[in-house]
Write a protein that binds this ligand. Sequence first.
Ligand SMILES: [Zn+2]
Length: 86
Amino acid sequence: MAFRVHCPTCGKVAVITTSNEMDPSIKQAYCACKDPECGHTFVVNVEFSHSLSPSALNLPEELRRRIRETQPDQQSSLFQKEEAPA
Ligand SMILES: [Zn+2]
């Protein structure tokens, strides 16, 4: 689902006209209300909150290489070996 911004004054849909990246975790989106009778322009902050699943880029390079070289249906075995030794 696409991210939609609504005008805080009239509640109608607004369009993001441009954005400004403050740092990698926060953007400022410049918005304009599409209702011609309102015409409100405003700025909203879009901020990183939290991860639901870790980035593969944070895995050790050796493990990433083994994942690339392993068939998808065999990949879960790579992680079982990494976990608690029996
Ligand atoms: Zn509006």
